[in-house]
Every structure is written in structure tokens, then in C-alpha cells.
Ligand binder design. Structure first.
Ligand SMILES: Cc1cc2nc3c(=O)[nH]c(=O)nc-3n(C[C@H](O)[C@H](O)[C@H](O)COP(=O)(O)OP(=O)(O)OC[C@H]3O[C@@H](n4cnc5c(N)ncnc54)[C@H](O)[C@@H]3O)c2cc1C
Length: 411
């Protein structure tokens, strides 16, 4: 068990620990400090104590000597209607980089109903060293009450060092369920994942405190290290933007990919807790998360009527319209267009930002964009520094001019 340990013989009741604690996780009563439920084991009180009366005891599901037994990186591959979601390929691309730094293998984990389509599994096999595939009717629906114990049991048996999940609605439900069962940590909505070259630990970076700072989180004493990442944060592996089709592949290649698959079973005692009565697909329009080109409108476009220009430019460039949060708050565009930390993470090949300042919460959502063109009157706006092309100009005039030229070219 982890916990805060206070040496009563040393504690002088000076209250420095209480003052240093940001979460009311320690209080002093009767000249003796004691931990409360608010304690998050951040260590601020340990540093503040002048008499060395406090230390943190870190227990572990995997005890210290056992950590080396956990190796390899797993990516949970979520499917919808027989298609592996693009976020799985984005995570596999990142997992490959991490595996190169860590010197380990990459495994994709896929569950599906009996006789599910093989194309998704083959595509995963093209990107990973191994695919763990379970075909079981109980995995046909995305039911975390089945998936979480299934993955936890697999992880206990096979001991991966890292598991990555897409921060989709299902991934957000599943990953905590696995974390609780394995008694390990989980960092949600990471925007950067790296391996610390000295410790080999996964460094999981995400916006914290309302996006005002970036926090890098490690999980030193528990395994597996687990993180969720929103769709669009990382670029997908080039050849896997879409699923391969077995019928289009040479037989030898299919055989090679099938050899990377390992069948897994689901505990026969597991019973689904969710019954799907009816499915309705929400009509959400095109998703900006997967748009190859995005024209993003910021407050600098000045008025709602200028959105017509933004839409026309997006249309001519073959893309979609995104926006910053103020435009959603003003009711100019729906939430599904919002790019950023509390909106959608995007990864277009080309992103044209019109009158966008580039606040940290906005930048958190565009890390996967390949080429950013920022148009802003203010040369010092943060996005101008982060863009491949920074155009200091009136964004409305710029949009009009570009539309005219594209229309003239289209004839
Ligand atoms: C917890 C939290 C979460 C948030 N999440 C998000 C999020 O997910 N996404 C998001 O976008 N924001 C988010 N925000 C808001 C964010 O902090 C910024 O306020 C927002 O991104 C700014 O939007 P903007 O760039 O459109 O507006 P502004 O910051 O007002 O910038 C407008 C820019 O337009 C330029 N400009 C003005 N007129 C012109 C012109 N005629 N031509 C060219 N340039 C011009 C200005 O120089 C300026 O740089 C969040 C904030 C918080 C606190």
C-alpha cells in the first residue's frame, strides 16, 4: 500500500506541512500531523518538514524487484462497426517510437465478436510486432464490464510495461477500469509521450490546472504504465490511414501477418453487464479530427458573417472548418468545430489559422498538424511563432484574396 507516513516521535507540530499542502491532504491536530483523504502523495509536505518526520511509502502491485519482468508496449485497438479506429494507428506510430527508445516490442490488442472481420487485425499486424486477438461474442459490444477484466487479466499474465488507449468515450471508460484492477496509475489525455533516457520510465505530459501549465507525470512503482491520448494528437503511421483489405493483399503477405497473431480467451465466468437494445448513429457531420485540411477561424475574423469566407476557403481547399473556443461560446459555430484542449485534437496535413492567437489550450489540440499557416495582424501572437508559415496580414482580406485565386485557378 502507498501512503504518507508520519513519525510521531519526530513531528513537532510546526504546521509547515499543512501550509505546503495544496490539497488539504495533511492537517496538524494536537501538535501531531496526520494525513487526510485529500492526500495525493505529491511530496510537498515531505520537502517542507524541517525535522524529516514525513516520508512516503510507495507500495506496488508489481513490487520493486519485479518491475523488470514487465516489458513491451501494448496499444488497445478499438473497433467500431468492424473498422479499427484511426486513433489505434496513431498510437501504434507513437508506440513504435517509444519501443525504439526502450528496445522492446509493440503489441496491438483487439477484441471482436465471433467471426469478426479479419482486415482490421491484418492492418494492425502490419504496424505491430504482434496482435493479441480475442474473438468472443461478449466482446462484440464495447462493454467495459467485459473488456476491462479481460485486458487486466491479459496484462497480469503477459506483463506489458506500457498500455496506451485512445481517449474516445469508450477508451475513457475502459482504461480506468483496467487501472483499478491492476492497481496502477493512468494519465488521461496526454499530448506528449516520451521515454526518459535515464530511468526508462514513460513520461506522460498533459495540460494541467486549466491548461496553464504542462505536467509531466511518471508512474515509477507500478506496472503497467498507462495513458490515454485523444484522437488526432499523434500522426498515424503513413500506410495505415485506412484499413488494409485481405483480398487486395498477396497471399504470402497475409500469411506473414497472420503469423503475428496470437489468439486470446476471455474468462468464461465473465458476464456482460450491458445489453444493447438499439443503436442510433448521431448525425454529427464530418469530423474535424480526421480532416486532411482544416481552416480554423479565431476571434480575429471579426464577425459571424465572415464565417462564409472561412467555409468557402475550406471547401476550395477540400477541408473542414474548425474554430477556437470563443467562437463556440459566442454561438457562431457548434462545439464539434472547436479545436483544442477542451475541443477536438486535430492532425490535418494543412491547417490554415485565420485570426487565431494560439493560446496554450488551443495549441494543445493542433500538435498533430503537419503544416500550419497562421494569418494574424500581430507578428508576436504565439501561433505565429509555432507556424511553418506566418503571414502578418488582415485575415479577412487574406481569405478573400486566396479564395479569388483558388476560384480563378479552378476556372
Ligand atoms: C480551461 C480552458 C480550456 C480552454 N480550451 C480551449 C480550447 O479547447 N480551444 C481553444 O481554442 N481555446 C480554449 N480555451 C480558450 C483559450 O485560452 C483562448 O482564450 C482562445 O483559444 C483564444 O481564441 P482566439 O485565438 O480566437 O482569440 P484571441 O486570443 O482573442 O485572439 C484573436 C487573434 O486574432 C488576431 N486578430 C485580430 N484581428 C485580426 C485581423 N483582422 N486579422 C488577423 N488577425 C487578427 C489578434 O491579433 C489575436 O492574435 C480554453 C481556456 C481555458 C481556461
Amino acid at each position: 500500500m502507498s501512503g504518507l507516513v508520519i513519525d510521531a516521535a519526530r513531528c513537532v507540530g510546526c504546521r509547515r506541512c499543512e501550509k505546503a499542502c495544496a490539497t488539504a491532504g495533511i492537517v496538524v491536530e494536537g501538535r501531531l500531523a496526520h494525513a487526510t483523504e485529500g492526500c495525493v502523495l505529491c511530496g510537498a509536505c515531505v520537502d517542507a518538514c524541517p525535522v524529516g518526520a514525513i516520508h512516503i511509502e510507495r507500495g506496488s502491485a508489481a513490487d520493486e524487484g519485479d518491475l523488470a519482468a514487465w516489458s513491451g508496449i501494448w496499444v488497445f485497438a478499438e473497433q467500431d462497426a468492424g473498422q479499427v479506429l484511426p486513433v489505434a494507428f496513431e498510437l501504434l506510430g507513437k508506440a513504435r517510437e517509444l519501443a525504439a527508445a526502450r528496445g522492446c516490442t509493440v503489441t496491438a490488442v483487439l477484441g471482436q465478436g465471433c467471426g469478426g472481420p479479419v482486415d482490421g487485425a491484418l492492418t494492425l499486424a502490419a504496424c505491430a510486432d504482434r496482435v493479441i486477438l480475442a474473438q468472443d461474442e461478449r466482446l462484440a459490444e464495447r462493454d467495459a464490464s467485459v473488456y476491462a477484466p479481460w485486458i487486466a487479466q491479459l496484462a497480469e499474465e503477459m506483463r506489458p510495461e506500457i498500455i496506451l488507449y485512445g481517449a474516445t468515450p469508450f477508451g475513457r471508460e475502459l482504461a480506468p477500469g483496467v487501472a483499478v484492477r491492476l492497481r496502477t496509475g493512468l494519465t488521461a489525455d496526454c499530448t506528449v509521450l516520451e521515454i526518459d533516457p535515464e530511468t526508462g520510465l514513460l513520461q506522460q505530459t498533459r495540460p494541467a490546472f486549466g491548461g496553464n501549465l504542462m505536467a509531466t507525470i511518471e508512474c515509477p512503482a507500478h506496472r503497467p504504465q498507462m495513458a490515454t491520448v485523444r484522437p488526432g494528437v499523434f500522426a498515424a503511421m503513413a500506410r495505415t490511414r485506412s484499413q488494409l483489405r485481405a483480398e487486395d493483399m498477396p497471399r504470402q503477405l497475409v500469411r506473414g501477418l497472420l503469423a503475428r497473431m496470437e489468439a486470446a480467451k476471455v474468462d468464461p465466468r465473465l458476464e456482460p453487464q450491458v445489453a444493447v437494445v438499439e443503436k442510433r448513429r448521431a448525425d454529427e457531420g464530418a469530423s474535424i479530427a480526421e480532416a486532411p485540411v482544416l481552416v480554423v477561424a479565431g476571434r480575429g475574423i471579426g464577425s459571424k458573417k465572415n464565417l462564409a469566407l472561412v467555409r468557402r476557403l475550406a471547401e476550395l481547399l477540400g477541408g473542414e472548418v474548425g474554430c477556437t473556443r470563443p467562437l463556440v461560446e459566442m454561438g457562431w459555430l457548434e462545439y464539434r468545430h472547436q479545436v483544442g484542449q477542451t475541443g477536438v485534437s486535430v492532425a490535418p496535413k494543412l491547417l490554415v489559422a485565420l485570426g487565431v492567437s494560439g493560446a496554450i489550450q488551443h495549441l494543445a489540440g493542433i500538435g498533430g498538424a503537419q503544416t500550419v499557416v497562421a494569418v494574424n495582424e500581430d507578428a508576436d501572437a504565439p501561433l505565429m511563432g509555432a507556424a511553418a508559415y506566418a503571414v502578418q496580414a488582415d485575415c479577412v482580406a487574406f481569405a478573400r484574396e486566396l479564395i479569388a485565386r483558388l476560384e480563378a485557378r479552378a476556372g
